[in-house]
Design a protein. Structure first.
Length: 249
């Protein structure tokens, strides 16, 4: 469809951007990609339309965290469900109280920012390929546990993106993508914490992880939400130190 609107400038092509990056030193290129990736991640998380779609990735990480800790604590994992409203459920069998159940319930909101810091550490260590492979392996492991069609589609599409970047992406594309994933997991994780607290204040999330932890431990749900937020904030600081304060020369 054509319109009468003409732009006074031309958008740069990917080849133009690659050429511009090639003119920079290695450290300057990486610093530029870190900043651009952070801005894009902030935009994706901050805009309702993009966040509504991208939030599925954070949900996958969230439920994957529940699942991993449940298995490590000796619980029997039965299924993971991911829904089109970007919510998710992880079901495991075992004691209904005790340290294992507490750790399983607490793992969800902590997992996305922790994964973000892990990604930042691999980026800083110049192990981009390893980071992409680990991500694909974790997604495949999660896919095995999914028990609904929407969940399978979400995880498969997310994994396909990682595979395409790993196989076909240039070094700059892979570096920028890895930085984006780092920032996105941390910022997205923080936004989900704010969202759950907003729902709690409106009494719309009586079975949230924080409220389940309150029933398990007696510690107020608001304290748990604050702890989740602190994990995200420290993850943001840690990733910043790895990617921004310490760019390789």
């Amino acid at each position: 469809m054509t319109t009468g609107l003409s732009l006074p400038f031309e958008l740069p092509s990917s080849s133009t951007l690659d050429g511009t990056l090639d003119e920079l030193t290695g450290g300057q290129t990486q610093a530029t990609l870190v900043i651009l990736a952070g801005l894009v991640a902030l935009l994706v998380v901050g805009v309702h339309g993009t966040w509504r779609l991208a939030r599925n990735v954070v949900t996958i990480a969230h439920e994957g965290g529940h699942a991993l800790v449940a298995i490590c604590s000796g619980r029997t994992l039965t299924r993971i469900l991911l829904h089109s409203d970007t919510s998710g459920v992880t079901v495991s069998k075992g004691r209904r109280d005790g340290p294992g159940m507490v750790a399983t319930a607490a793992a969800g909101y902590a997992t996305p920012p922790v994964l973000g810091v892990g990604a930042a550490a691999l980026v800083a260590a110049d192990a981009i390929s390893a980071m992409l492979v680990i991500a694909v392996v974790l997604l495949l492991a999660t896919l095995i546990l999914i028990r609904n069609a929407y969940g399978v589609l979400s995880v498969a599409l997310t994994g396909a993106i990682f595979v395409v970047v790993a196989v076909y992406g240039s070094a700059n594309v892979q570096y920028g993508f890895a930085c984006f994933i780092t920032w996105f997991l941390i910022l997205g994780g923080l936004r989900t914490v704010l969202e759950v607290q907003r729902k709690r204040t409106r009494r719309r999330a009586p079975d949230s992880d924080a409220d389940q932890l309150e029933r398990l431990t007696g510690v107020p749900g608001g304290i748990w939400v604050a702890l989740f937020a602190l994990v995200g904030i420290f993850a943001l600081i840690g990733a910043g130190r790895l990617l921004v304060v310490w760019p390789p020369a």
